[in-house]
Design a protein around this ligand. Structure first.
Ligand SMILES: Cc1ncc(COP(=O)(O)O)c(C=O)c1O
Ligand SMILES: N[C@@H](CCCC[NH3+])C(=O)O
Length: 421
C-alpha cells in the first residue's frame, strides 16, 4: 500500500481502498468509466466556509473565480452558499446564470472584454466591471451610453509587486499585461468620473496565483489603500476594494498559509474603514476538492524508463505539461504488481503528454490511479486534442454520487461542423 500524502481533506483510504467522502473511487470508475473528474461537496463547503469564517462580521464578498472550475454543479454549490463570482468571459457569465448565480454578485475581470460581452453583462446587471485599460474604459462607456445604462466600474490596478510564483501565473508585475499601471490609475479615475454612463464603484488588483506567501498581497493591498485615500481626498469615493484571488494550495509539500492567517493582515489593514472587501479565490476553493480518476491501459517497461500508459492525458489535465506542475498520483486499490518507478503518461502523440514523472507505484494494467488536487484548472483547461472526448465529472455528497457532466459523446466531436458538400 502507498505511503503518499493525501493533500485532499475528504480523501481517505478505507479497507485498502481510496474513498472520496463515503464513496469508493472504484465504484465511480465502474459506473461512469474513466477518465473522470471526481469532486467532493464537503471539501467545497469546507473551503468556502474557511473564507466566510475568517471574514467574520466584515463587510465582504467572496467572488469565486469561475475559471478555476466552471462545472455547473460546483457553481450551483457556491451560488447556494451565497458566493459571488469573478468571471472573465460571456461564457462564464452564462454558466453562472445557468447555475442560479446572482448577477448582482458578479464581477467581470479580463483584459480583452468584447463589445458583445459588455452588452451581455450590462443586460444581466452585474455588480462591477473590473476595467483593465483606458481603451476598455472608453468602449464600456460608449456601449453603456448606447444602451441607456450606467456601468459600475472598478479599475484593476497593477501594483507592481512580485508574487513569487510561476512566471506564467504571475499577474501583478509591471511587465505583465494585466491591469492599469499604478501611476496612471488616478488620471483614469478622474476621466471615469466625468463619464455619465459610468459609475465609479471600486478598485481591484490581483497579483498572481498559487501564492504561498501572503506578504506580497499585503504589500499590494497597502499600495491600493493608499491610492483609495488619495482619490477620496479628491472627491472620488470608492465603495469596494477587490484584492483578487491567488492563495495557493498544497499539491506536494507546499505549506500555504491557512485562509485565516492569509486574511488576518489584510483585515487589519481594513480596520476602521468603510469599504467592502471583495476577494476572488479560485484554486483555494476547488483545487483540493477534486481528483482525476484514470485507469492504467498498459505497462511499458523500458531500458531507461518504465511507462504507465493511462487513459487520462494532457488534454484532460494540462498542468503537468504546461507548468511542469506536480500532482500526487496514488493507487486507488491496495496496489498490485511490483513497486517500480514509472512515468505516468497519456495516449496523446506528444512527448510532453505526461501526468507525472518518476513515481513509485505498485500497478498492473487495468488498475485505477487517482491524480490528486485536480479540482482547479483541470477540467476548465481541458481540450479535445487528439479528438478525445472530454472527461466525465461527478460530485460526491456523502454516499451519494451526482453525475455533474456526462462523458462527451464521440458524435459531439463533429456536431456543428460541416464537411465540404
Ligand atoms: C483576476 C483574477 N482573479 C482571480 C483569479 C483566481 O486566482 P486563484 O485561482 O489563484 O485564486 C485569477 C487567476 O489567477 C485572476 O486572474
Ligand atoms: N492555470 C493556472 C492558474 C492560472 C490563474 C489564472 N489567473 C494553473 O493551473 O495553475
Amino acid at each position: 500500500m502507498t505511503t503518499q500524502h493525501l493533500p485532499m481533506p475528504t480523501l481517505q483510504r478505507k479497507g485498502g481502498e481510496l474513498h472520496l467522502e463515503e464513496v469508493a473511487l472504484s465504484a465511480i470508475a465502474e459506473e461512469f468509466g474513466t477518465p473522470t473528474y471526481v469532486y467532493s461537496l464537503a471539501a467545497l463547503k469546507a473551503a468556502y466556509g474557511a473564507y466566510r469564517d475568517a471574514l467574520g462580521g466584515h463587510r465582504a464578498m467572496v467572488c469565486y473565480a469561475v475559471k478555476a472550475n466552471s462545472s455547473l454543479a460546483i457553481l450551483s454549490v457556491f451560488a447556494r452558499l451565497g458566493a459571488g463570482f469573478d468571471i472573465v468571459s460571456g461564457g462564464e457569465l452564462a454558466r453562472v446564470l445557468a447555475a442560479g448565480g446572482d448577477p448582482a454578485r458578479v464581477v467581470f475581470s479580463g483584459v480583452g472584454k468584447s463589445a458583445a460581452e459588455m452588452r451581455q453583462a450590462l443586460d444581466a446587471g452585474i455588480r462591477c466591471f473590473n476595467v483593465e485599460s483606458a481603451a476598455e474604459l472608453e468602449r464600456l462607456a460608449a456601449i453603456a451610453a448606447a444602451m441607456g445604462k450606467v456601468a459600475p466600474i472598478a479599475l484593476r490596478v497593477n501594483p507592481d509587486v512580485d508574487p513569487k510564483t510561476h512566471p506564467y501565473i504571475s499577474t501583478g508585475l509591471r511587465s505583465n499585461k494585466f491591469g492599469v499601471a499604478f501611476d496612471e490609475a488616478a488620471a483614469l479615475y478622474r476621466r471615469a468620473a466625468t463619464l455619465p454612463s459610468l459609475r465609479v464603484a471600486g478598485i481591484g488588483c490581483h497579483i498572481g496565483s498559487q501564492l504561498l506567501d501572503g506578504a506580497p498581497v499585503v504589500e499590494a493591498a497597502a499600495k491600493v489603500l493608499d491610492l483609495v485615500d488619495r482619490l477620496a481626498a479628491e472627491g472620488i469615493a470608492l465603495d469596494h476594494i477587490d484584492l483578487g484571488g491567488g492563495l495557493g494550495i498544497r499539491y506536494r509539500d507546499e505549506q500555504p498559509p491557512a485562509v485565516a492567517a492569509y486574511l488576518a493582515p489584510l483585515l487589519a489593514l481594513f480596520a476602521g474603514r468603510g469599504e467592502e472587501l471583495l476577494l476572488e479565490p479560485g484554486r483555494s476553493l476547488v483545487g483540493n476538492a477534486g481528483l482525476l480518476l484514470t485507469r492504467v491501459e498498459y505497462l511499458k517497461p523500458g531500458a531507461e524508463k518504465n511507462f504507465a500508459v493511462v487513459d487520462a492525458a494532457m488534454n484532460d489535465l494540462a498542468r503537468p505539461a504546461l507548468y511542469d506542475a506536480w500532482h500526487e498520483v496514488v493507487e486507488v486499490g491496495a496496489g498490485s504488481g511490483e513497486r517500480a518507478r514509472y512515468e505516468v503518461v497519456g495516449p496523446i502523440c506528444e512527448s510532453g503528454d505526461f501526468l507525472a514523472h518518476d513515481r513509485a507505484l505498485a500497478v498492473a494494467a487495468g488498475d485505477l490511479l487517482a491524480i490528486l488536487s485536480a479540482g482547479a484548472y483541470g477540467m476548465t483547461m481541458s481540450s479535445n486534442y487528439n479528438t478525445r472526448p472530454r472527461a466525465a465529472e461527478v460530485l460526491i455528497d456523502g454516499a451519494r454520487i451526482h453525475l455533474a457532466r456526462a462523458r462527451e459523446r464521440v458524435e459531439a466531436l463533429y456536431a456543428g461542423e460541416a464537411a465540404l458538400p
